[in-house]
Design a protein around this ligand. Sequence first.
Ligand SMILES: NC(=O)C1=CN([C@@H]2O[C@H](COP(=O)(O)OP(=O)(O)OC[C@H]3O[C@@H](n4cnc5c(N)ncnc54)[C@H](OP(=O)(O)O)[C@@H]3O)[C@@H](O)[C@H]2O)[C@@H](O)CC1
Ligand SMILES: Nc1ncnc2c1ncn2[C@@H]1O[C@H](COP(=O)(O)OP(=O)(O)O)[C@@H](O)[C@H]1O
Ligand SMILES: [K+]
Length: 539
Amino acid sequence: MTTAHAVDAVRRAEAAADPHLASRPAGQDGPLMLRAAAGLAAVVAGEVRRRRGRLYGARVVLLVGTGSNGGDALHAGARLAAGGAQVTALLAGPRAHAGGLASLRAAGGRVLPGAASSGGPDRPGHQDDDRGRAAGASSAAEVALSGADVVLDGLLGTGGRPGLDAAAAGLVAAVPPAALVVAVDVPSGVDADSGELPRDAAGRPSCVHADLTVTFGTAKPALLLPPAARVVGRVVVVDIGLDPAALGPAAVEELDPEQAALLWPVPGPQDDKYSRGVLGVVAGGDTYTGAALLCTTAAVRAGAGMVRYVGPPRPTELVRQRLPEVVPGAGRVQAWAVGSGVDPDDDAQAGPLAQALAAAVDDGVPCLLDAGALPALAARVRAGGPLDPEGTAVLLTPHAGELARLLAELGREDGERVERSAVEERPLEHALRAARATGAVVLLKGSTTLLATPDGRVRAQTDGPGWLGTAGAGDVLAGIAGVLLAAGLAPFDAGALATAVHGRAAAVASAGGPLHAEAVALAVPGVVAHLLTRREWPA
Ligand SMILES: NC(=O)C1=CN([C@@H]2O[C@H](COP(=O)(O)OP(=O)(O)OC[C@H]3O[C@@H](n4cnc5c(N)ncnc54)[C@H](OP(=O)(O)O)[C@@H]3O)[C@@H](O)[C@H]2O)[C@@H](O)CC1
Ligand SMILES: Nc1ncnc2c1ncn2[C@@H]1O[C@H](COP(=O)(O)OP(=O)(O)O)[C@@H](O)[C@H]1O
Ligand SMILES: [K+]
């Protein structure tokens, strides 16, 4: 499990690991920063050697802010300079970390003012009121950046307010596209706890886009969460000796293959189709027949003990033709997956959908509610309050637009409007709110899929390629997650595991090119087999 901890928890663990942290005089840096910098330098050196054969002569540019994040970059730069790299530090503010500066200079690195407007260390002019306005980099900075092989982003770390000021934005704008961008601890500008990306006046994300983020002690939530997860690149965690007990529980988790393999239900000799779990599917209808096929195909391919399909004659006939394993009509099930491709105004599907919801609420039968089933849930919650999370096992699988509509429906009496764009900008806030308001686990789909429970647990999975954003992919996810619910997994586990396998199946189906939703469903058995036999995802 990859885990991320909130900034407050990290600060407490740092203070516990180094009792002298607060009292050490400027220039005398403690073991935590020195370990962080050593780990950072080792990762960067390894990456440079992999790319260009050797560290010697590599041009490394450090973007340095006023805090300890800049200190990490400067100390790491000193180590890289000692290894033969040509290191130039560009200072974004009126001051920089004293110990880091001394160490870089001693190792032969150069220190230059970064911004044209503020003038750097000798001409203090940095100010807060220029945040968001573009100021150019100094011409020396532009020259240094134009030839950079690697850029270390040490502008802002966990002490940064979201967004880049004009000086920082000017430097970031001058980073050449070919340079490897390594973020120190977090890409500067992102909100480290929420993963939100502030925007500049033109509406563009005001943050660094990294190829690689080297983070210290534990990942920070933004490294796993949407929307920031798309600007962090590969994440490497450097151990700096923080005590896990002092860090406390994770704020965000991501399933790794080891965890996924442990969770995936494997039938034993005593099992039969019923003990493995029967999934009832209410999907599609006379209009969207494809959803019926995709959801049931995914359920069959994900290893259901049995799949029952409930729907009008046309999609039922199509499912019978294509999937002889699927049993038509309602019956006893261990879980329901309802709503994918169901038109909320489809009278034929309204009855089965309401029955599945009632079975979930009244009898605790696990239930996944997708797309067309979400309005019925909103109505139920408006009438009777949130579901009891202890007594029900309900998983909601909206995309951003559906989550916005669900929240608007829940707040209808208060005249609440929720825009899709607000959910996309602040997904964590909205997913947590929906989970609390409904009493269900919320799985918010996207390039990074977010899961939130009513009591505030959070997972995020970034497993699938962009090609997965294609019609019907959500129906496939519902089928996989439904099978896991029927096998007895809790909604939080079923949702995260299904998302991970769905994303990896998409990667296999894509092989770097376009895919169609059915191909994702067809790839599931191979991905699960690879996972169970090798404890890793297929390459
Ligand atoms: N503590 C430890 O044990 C360890 C810490 N470590 C490292 O320290 C990092 C945290 O360091 P930090 O607390 O100094 O914060 P950091 O983000 O570098 O700088 C913040 C400064 O910048 C300023 N500022 C803020 N927002 C701004 C903005 N938007 N635009 C412009 N300026 C802005 C603000 O100054 P102000 O403007 O308020 O005067 C503030 O003082 C952490 O991420 C990790 O890398 C590691 O070495 C491991 C051990
Ligand atoms: N850019 C992307 N990168 C990776 N996965 C994506 C991306 N966009 C969408 N997805 C995934 O594709 C699926 C789309 O589901 P959904 O929006 O319900 O589509 P549909 O209703 O057509 O089935 C979700 O699992 C989502 O997480
Ligand atoms: K940074």
